[in-house]
Design a protein around this ligand. Structure first.
Ligand SMILES: [Zn+2]
Length: 70
């Protein structure tokens, strides 16, 4: 991978992961209850504590330590 800034090819690929935690299910549970009754409430609660992780790849230029989106 070549650095778009200085053209050096010693860039190193790194991966960062971000975890997005879903906000609690109480509000969603309420909405679900209004829409679908007890089943909706359960669905709202099921979403609790569930998060998803996003992997992002970057490459870092050895010259400046600059970080670029891959
Ligand atoms: Zn560079």
């Amino acid at each position: 991978m070549r650095c778009p800034s200085c053209g050096d090819d010693r860039c190193v690929i790194i991966e960062e992961s971000e975890t997005h935690q879903k906000g609690f299910g109480f509000f969603k549970g309420c909405c679900g209850y209004i829409l679908m009754g007890p089943i909706g409430w359960m669905c709202g609660l099921c979403g609790m504590g569930e998060g998803h992780t996003v992997q992002k790849a970057y490459f870092v230029c050895q010259n400046y330590g600059r970080k670029f989106r891959a």
